[in-house]
Design a protein around this ligand. Structure first.
Ligand code: ADP
Length: 455
């Protein structure tokens, strides 16, 4: 069942239940008040007849004539008067005698002094009437035709009003839930149009401060993020295919050349060197991509262990020396830590070494002197590592882009690279709950400041 139909149904059931409950109370109290009013009327009639008969000594025949005359027009009260010995003194209509008083009934009236009860639909009252030192018993009975007719018409009115209200409630509920869900239907229709080929579409729900606006804002925000990541995936794939295709085509061209029979040994060796260079570039690219994939993992899937950062930096420096003997990296403590603990961080040594290596390598490769200085500062619960060089620097307009995937600055035309290093470094630092910032001046040099919380 659709929520809209469910809401209409629930709304109708609830309102009708309340309405019927209310109507039942009205009907019940009307019927109770009719009953009590009619008993009171019977009692008054009984006392009046008792007075007429016993006090005013009106003749039996006269009283019976009045009764018979009234009966033709009204539903007249039938009154009977007994003495304390239960002998009948007066009866409005002996031939009808609806109540048929028994000695037990008269006895109960005598003892209680006052009695109210029903005989079939007729209401009956019994009274003890004291007059001139004598005790008399009077019964009065009648059918409240007028009262029952009024109740009947009240019941019919309630039925008609309840029926009309039910219809009104149902259609009003349907209309309002239709109106309330219209924005949801509009949103669903728009969502159906969104697919991988037109991720640029948005729901653009009118700006109101309601739940649906915030839902559509959230959804549009999610689409923004999806579109961005979709775009960067596309860029990523096209970049990788381009990066792979260039060295591969070069390798193919070199190998085809090598098939020429009359290639002299010097040219052949040069050709092999160039092929090797391209092959190494491919290996570097695939390693960087693999590292990027690892750094994009969920932190819960990466093992973190206590690491002494200065020791790891020394290892990385040795590693870099091994690959690029021309690069010179020096490590200096800018304030000697008092405790070993101040140099410890919780991290993944492989990923951290990749980040350190990138920053050292960049410092060297973007400097004519191929030197990079690493500084260590331990203070205020965190460890700061700086990577400085006196190289070519980064143009101010490039600074805000250098952490984007595949971005290569205007200064990198003649320098080998693929633009993944800093993206990877930033991801690794974020995984370690650290931060990175950069200061650079063209022609003077660059400093990357890397902070990590220590254990
Ligand atoms: P790559 O070094 O492969 O180009 P990176 O992601 O490591 O890619 O760096 C992105 C860009 O940032 C570089 O192309 C370069 O323009 C700039 N950059 C990074 N480090 C330095 C540095 N130490 N000196 C000058 N420019 C740098």
């Amino acid at each position: 069942m659709k929520i809209r139909a469910k809401l209409t149904f629930l709304y109708a059931v609830l309102t009708v239940t309340i309405l019927l409950f209310f109507a039942a109370i009205v009907y019940y109290s009307a019927s109770k008040s009719r009953e009590s009013e009619f008993f009171t009327l019977l009692e008054r009639e009984a006392v009046t007849k008792g007075n007429l008969y016993l006090n005013a000594q009106v003749e039996t025949k006269t009283l019976q004539d009045i009764y018979n005359n009234n009966r033709e027009m009204l539903n007249e009260v039938e009154v009977a008067i007994y003495n304390a010995q239960y002998e009948l003194l007066y009866h409005d209509a002996v031939e009808l005698d609806f109540v048929k008083e028994t000695p037990q009934m008269l006895n109960s009236i005598l003892e209680a002094g006052h009695l109210r009860f029903y005989q079939e639909d007729w209401q009956v009252v019994g009274l003890r009437y004291d007059h001139n030192g004598g005790t008399f018993l009077i019964t009065a009975a009648a059918y409240d035709l007028y009262g029952y007719n009024k109740l009947d018409s009240l019941f019919k009115t309630i039925l008609i009003v309840a029926g009309c209200s039910l219809l009104l409630i149902f259609f009003a509920g349907k209309y309002f839930s239709d109106q309330a869900f219209k924005p949801v239907r509009d949103m669903t229709a728009k969502m159906k149009l969104i697919s991988a080929t037109n991720l640029g579409l948005r729901i653009n729900h009118p700006q109101k401060k309601d739940e649906l606006s915030s839902l559509s804002e959230t959804f549009d925000g999610m689409l923004d993020r999806l579109e961005k990541s979709f775009e960067s995936q596309k860029q990523f794939v096209s970049f990788i295919s381009h990066e792979i295709r260039t060295p591969l085509s070069a390798i193919i061209a070199e190998l085809e050349l090598s098939k020429e029979k009359n290639l002299d040994p010097v040219h052949f060796e040069e050709m092999v060197d160039r092929t090797l260079l391209d092959a190494r570039r491919l290996v570097r690219l695939s390693n960087s991509l693999l590292d990027l994939a690892k750094a994009s993992l969920d932190p819960s899937e990466i093992t973190f262990k206590p690491i002494r950062v200065d020791e790891l930096l020394m290892e990385v420096i040795q590693q870099l020396k091994h690959y690029e003997p021309g690069y010179q990296v020096t490590l200096a403590y800018q304030n000697e830590p008092e405790e070993e603990n101040e140099l410890m961080v919780s991290g993944n040594s492989y990923l951290l070494s990749v980040a350190f290596l990138n920053l050292m390598e960049n410092g060297c490769k973007f400097s004519r002197d191929q030197k990079s200085q690493v500084g260590l500062i331990a203070s205020n619960g965190q460890l700061t590592v700086t990577f400085s060089d006196k190289g070519i620097g980064i143009a101010p307009q490039d600074l805000k882009h250098i952490f984007q995937p595949f971005f290569r600055g205007t200064n990198s035309r003649k320098v080998d690279g693929n633009g993944i290093g800093l993206t990877l470094t930033k991801k690794i630092i974020e995984l370690h709950k650290g931060s990175i910032s950069v200061q650079s001046e063209v022609g003077k040099g660059t400093t990357f400041v890397f902070t990590l919380p220590h254990i």
